[in-house]
Design a protein around this ligand. Structure first.
Ligand SMILES: [Zn+2]
Length: 612
């Protein structure tokens, strides 16, 4: 039976109304405050850059493990430069020698030899000495496909080659057959601008093929063959450029029973020009797809998607502030008083554990009169003096400190990735808190190219590897390469990528966001253990990586790593080609792929038992 409802007295109804109105007002005030100023609790960083003095112990001289034999031609020299960078950063001691100068009796001093040569004829009988040395336990890396005629043909059977085609193969895509690089087997990779790069080889069945072309021909691209007591690895790719370093570090790591090399272990996502003033007006692409202006699109769609993607994967974005978009390069730099959106976006970013760094008072790179931009950046103005550059950055620092008083601003990203030596000097002298400059990893025309290292001025170089939403074939290879070489993902995006036809605007935001999401999904599936860091934390990681010295002792099933400049952390990739790891002391080992492990060192000496 339903109970009859008693009519409420009027004063009770009125109170109820009051409560509802009150609640509405509270919500309205709350929403207003959220828009105006999302508050956040400052968090401590996972990793801070250390005092450089703590990392400056001299690294003991070591006997070279590897000998690079090179030829004085274009490919030979590219291969030499590539492997000097790769081995240098893997901290593997090496010597170099022009192939025609090699003294066979010196081979005995090395564990590995890399052949960066095009004409093996030049080696004469030395070629047989190298094969004998391999037979008795050496590790030989054929770095790139040499001239297939003459001497090479005569040793091809020892490299596992059954027959060689008469022409070179055009490799248009890569397919991983075996576990060599993390993230490799998840998908195939397309080659941008393919050419006749690789030997058309048919291999013996006792070769272990890791990588081949993704077409019918299945051209073998990286393979390993045991030769007597030794090992031969052939890299038949022929792409001797920075974007492929990870393919070469991986090839090298197959040569011995065990190979351990330091990595950075960091995944980072930067958002350039964020926060910054929203471009006025409308974009056809945005208007057509979403029926809103750019400002509303940024708040309601773009940031919402990017923010939620970050939440899903634990990404803590590093945003780089632009105070305004003038081309002013002298005079008094006025404070931008229109700060509502800065506070809204900035505090949300910080609230999610992100970080804010400097990009510029405006978007004029820090280059003085006389600097040559080239045609691409014709509209950029040059700064008349050091003092003007300094004044603009001082204003930016004041602006950021006013907006985000709890923050330290430790990362600088140069506008358009362009920075002059004078600009860098100004930053290092005037910005006391500055820890890192994050420009770009790959060479461009005038862009400021970096390696992951520490500059002589003490500022840490934390270059960005890939960018934008299109994430084309080349970027996917570069990402794979760096994930395996440095165990790094470093990506930057701009809000206005969505408006720029060259950066994919015509594809529409839905497709662009889909591509970014696909990339992030690939990354964290391939490397679920990678650390997601912000700009300052990345600087701390790169600084420790750059400083670490490693001496390897390998005997009787035990790998011992003796570290110099070990402060509080060090990370390594350890490839175990023979046996499996047993007890580890001084660190922890996590398998990241069959035969490949991530080592976290806890102390100066780490010992890994390898069970046969
Ligand atoms: Zn920018």
């Amino acid at each position: 039976m339903r109970r009859a409802r008693r009519k409420r007295p009027f004063h009770l109804q009125f109170r109820r109304m009051q409560a509802i109105i009150g609640a509405f007002i509270c919500i309205a005030v709350f929403l207003y405050l959220v828009q105006r100023n999302v508050s956040y609790q400052p968090r401590s960083r996972l990793l801070e850059p250390a005092d450089q003095d703590l990392l400056s112990e001299e690294i003991p001289e070591q006997e070279a493990e590897c000998l690079i034999l090179w030829q004085d031609d274009a490919s030979g020299l590219s291969g030499l430069a590539m492997m000097e960078s790769v081995l240098g950063q893997m901290k593997i001691p090496y010597d170099t020698c022009e192939g025609i100068q090699m003294e066979p009796e010196h081979l005995a001093a090395y564990e590995t030899v890399i052949l960066s040569m095009t004409q093996y004829n030049l080696l004469g009988d030395r070629l047989l000495d190298i094969l004998d040395w391999t037979e008795s336990g050496g590790g030989l890396l054929i770095l790139y496909p040499p001239d297939g005629n003459g001497s090479f043909q005569s040793i091809a059977p020892q490299l596992g080659i059954q027959s060689l085609g008469s022409s070179m193969a055009v490799v248009e895509g890569l397919h991983f057959v075996g576990p060599l690089m993390i993230g490799g087997q998840e998908k195939d990779y397309k080659i941008t601008d393919p050419y006749e790069s690789s030997l058309m080889a048919v291999l013996d069945s006792d070769c272990e093929v890791y990588l081949e072309s993704d077409d019918e021909a299945k051209v073998p691209l990286i393979w390993k063959k045991n030769q007597g007591e030794g090992t031969i690895v052939v890299n038949n790719m022929g792409f001797l450029e920075k974007a492929y370093r990870g393919f070469y570090s991986a090839s090298y790591s197959l040569l011995q029973d065990v190979c351990a090399y330091p990595v950075i272990n960091a995944s980072i996502f930067y958002i350039d020009d964020f926060p910054s003033p929203v471009p006025g007006g409308e974009s056809n692409y945005i208007q057509e797809d979403y029926g809103m202006n750019i400002s509303d699109f940024y708040t309601q769609v773009w940031w919402n998607d990017v923010y939620n993607l970050g939440k899903e994967y634990g990404i803590r974005y590093t945003g780089l502030v632009i105070e305004q978009y003038s081309d002013q390069v002298e005079g008094e730099f006025q404070r931008n008083e229109d700060t509502q959106r800065y506070r809204y976006f900035g505090n949300m970013l910080l609230g999610a554990g992100g970080e804010i760094g400097f990009h510029g008072y405006n978007h004029m790179p820090l280059c003085l009169l006389g600097f040559e931009y080239g045609e691409e950046y014709e509209s950029y103005r040059l700064w008349p003096s050091y003092e003007d550059m300094r004044a603009s950055i001082t204003e930016l620092a004041g602006f950021c400190a006013e907006l985000f008083p709890e923050e330290r601003f430790r990362v600088y990203v140069p506008p358009s990735n362009i920075l002059s030596e004078e600009g860098r000097e100004m930053l290092s002298r005037e910005m006391e808190d500055l820890a890192a400059i994050a420009s770009i990893y790959f060479p461009g025309t005038v862009e400021y190219e970096q390696e992951f290292d520490v500059g002589e001025d003490g500022i840490i170089n934390t270059p960005r590897v890939i960018s934008g939403y299109v994430l084309d074939d080349y970027m996917q290879i570069a990402a794979l390469s760096e994930l395996n070489f440095h165990y790094v993902n470093s990506h930057f995006q701009h809000p206005d990528d969505v408006l720029d036809v060259d950066r994919g605007a015509a594809l529409g935001w839905e497709e662009l966001f889909h591509r970014l999401s696909d990339y992030v999904e690939w990354l964290y599936e391939a490397a679920p253990d990678i650390r997601t860091l912000t700009g300052t934390e990345m600087a701390g990681a790169v600084q420790r990586y750059d400083a670490i010295g490693v001496e390897r002792e390998w005997s009787e099933g035990r790998l011992v790593l003796n570290l110099t400049n070990f402060l509080d952390e060090a990370w390594f990739f350890v490839r175990v080609n023979e046996g499996t790891p047993g007890t580890v002391t001084g660190g922890t080992l996590t398998q990241v792929q069959e035969g490949l492990y991530l080592l976290e060192a806890w102390q100066e000496q780490v010992e890994i038992e390898i069970l046969q």
